[in-house]
Design a protein around this ligand. Structure first.
Ligand code: E4P
Length: 217
């Protein structure tokens, strides 16, 4: 499973890239709005920092506007992927982007039927938001299971990108189900490395080592 970082912060991307575990980045308008750099400069910087796909969201509500943004942002760097909302206009734009050879990530997906439509529109990625589904009292990971089954039935090429990840268990479940990608904030990526027994084990090895070294000195 590929791991993407869900952020608009270039320092976070630098940190995670240095760990060698990042295959791409997802941004969204809320994440970009937290940063103080101009939109274009920030996207160019992020695209330079990672080799993999960088999702950049189009904000226009209509097909023409989305296509204008898609053409512009896709021209900024070869790894830009255009994020489009799961609406009639968004999926029309996804189809047109496919013809124009612009990669797309269909965002704000909350149902299996929406994911079916995204794949039929030729999206490169679909982003089901598992955390937001859980927040409403449904089962986000059940949604991933359904989408994986539907995509396998018809051999769709669209990659399933598990988004709105809130805790490490979401990552484990996504990997167990065989999702293509999981995007997460830096905090969760960091949590994946940690286990209290690893820390206790390191501490004990160091203590034993030091004790033994005192004796042979
Ligand atoms: C993914 O592409 C989105 O940017 C993100 O995962 C949304 O997460 P949130 O529900 O925590 O805002």
């Amino acid at each position: 499973m590929k791991l993407f970082l869900d952020t608009g912060n270039s320092d976070e991307i630098r940190t995670a890239s240095a760990w060698g575990q990042i295959d791409g980045v997802t941004t969204n308008p809320s994440l970009i709005a937290k940063e103080r750099t101009s939109f274009k400069e920030l996207i160019l910087e992020i695209c330079h920092l990672v080799e993999g796909p960088v999702s950049v969201e189009a904000l226009a509500p209509d097909f023409e506007g989305m296509m204008r943004e898609a053409r512009e942002y896709a021209g900024w760097a070869s790894n830009v992927v255009i994020k489009l909302p799961l609406t009639i206009e968004g999926l029309k734009a996804a189809r047109a982007c496919k013809v124009a050879e612009i990669r797309t990530n269909i965002t704000l997906c909350f149902s299996a039927n929406q994911a079916l439509l995204a794949a039929r529109a030729g999206a490169s990625f679909v982003s089901p938001f598992v955390g937001r589904v859980d927040d409403e009292g449904w089962d986000g990971m059940k949604l991933i299971e359904e989408i994986i089954q539907i995509y396998a039935n018809y051999d769709f090429d669209t990659e399933i990108l598990v988004a709105s990840v809130r805790h490490p268990l979401h990552v484990t479940e996504a990997a167990k189900l065989g999702a293509d990608v999981c995007t997460m904030p830096l905090k969760i990526l960091k949590q994946l490395y940690h286990h209290p027994l690893t820390d206790v084990g390191i501490e004990k090895f160091m203590k034993d080592w030091e004790g033994q070294r005192q004796l042979v000195r």
